[in-house]
Design a protein around this ligand. Structure first.
Ligand code: CDP
Length: 217
């Protein structure tokens, strides 16, 4: 009973996953937030994420928990901090480490076992974490559309300039490059995933499409 939702940064995974989960009465797990928590712990304890062995050690000891809608890392509420520029710039480097992934994939599978299913969003859910998920979605969008969406989210309703979008685009492209080219569990489209593109579909259309696919499964 798993809906796997993968895709690049800014494609709308979090919003879509939350709405799909509400409609299907399932819990939702944002695995990106888990990688962000470990990246935060590494930055907090080490100052930077340049040494793979140090990062692996911090990751092995890190406590990552979700309490309601809050994310707690090593006892600290980091819900807002993990969305900031420092963590965002470090997370793909941390997530490329096999030891970090092994640890978090284990926690993700345990989360699913406890509930007998759920909506899980990330980069490797349909390909690695739950290869037998009954529904796999690959949520995509053109880079400019994704960058504009991210800039709007950050501005929180205020006007955005072309500069904001250009800066977001550079950051998204770099993260996509790292996420797609790493050796362990890169971002890939699972062969049996349904591709939905939020450049042309509205969030509601995507959510309805996923709910329909789930009912037909
Ligand atoms: O929401 P956004 O697309 O910005 O990213 P996220 O889902 O919060 O994920 C942050 C980062 O965590 C990604 O850029 C990946 O480096 C990593 N990640 C991963 O490697 N595997 C996952 N299943 C989820 C996230």
């Amino acid at each position: 009973n798993v809906v796997a939702i993968d895709g690049p940064a800014g494609a709308g995974k979090s919003t879509v996953s939350r709405l799909v989960a509400e409609k299907l009465g399932l819990d939702v797990l944002d695995t990106g937030a888990m990688y962000r928590c470990v990246a935060w712990a590494a930055l907090f304890e080490l100052g930077d994420v340049s040494d793979p062995a140090d990062v692996a050690r911090v990751a092995a000891a890190a406590r990552v928990e979700q309490v309601g809608t809050r994310w707690i890392a090593n006892g600290v509420d980091v819900t807002e901090t993990i969305r900031g520029v420092e963590v965002t710039a470090a997370v793909s480097v941390v997530a490329a480490q096999p030891a970090v992934r092994a640890r978090l994939v284990e926690l993700q599978r345990a989360w699913l076992d406890e509930r007998g299913g759920g909506v899980v969003e990330g980069r490797d859910i349909g390909s690695v974490v739950v290869p037998d998920a009954c529904l796999k979605v690959y949520l995509d969008a053109e880079p400019t559309a994704r960058a504009t969406r991210r800039a709007r989210e950050k501005a929180g309703g205020a006007e955005i300039s072309e500069r904001d979008t250009t800066a977001e685009l550079a950051s998204l492209n770099e993260r996509d490059r790292l996420d797609s080219t790493r050796t362990v569990s890169p971002l890939v489209q699972a062969p049996d995933a349904v591709v939905l593109d939020t450049t042309v579909l509205s969030i509601d259309e995507v959510v309805d499409a996923i709910v329909d696919l789930w009912r037909e499964r």
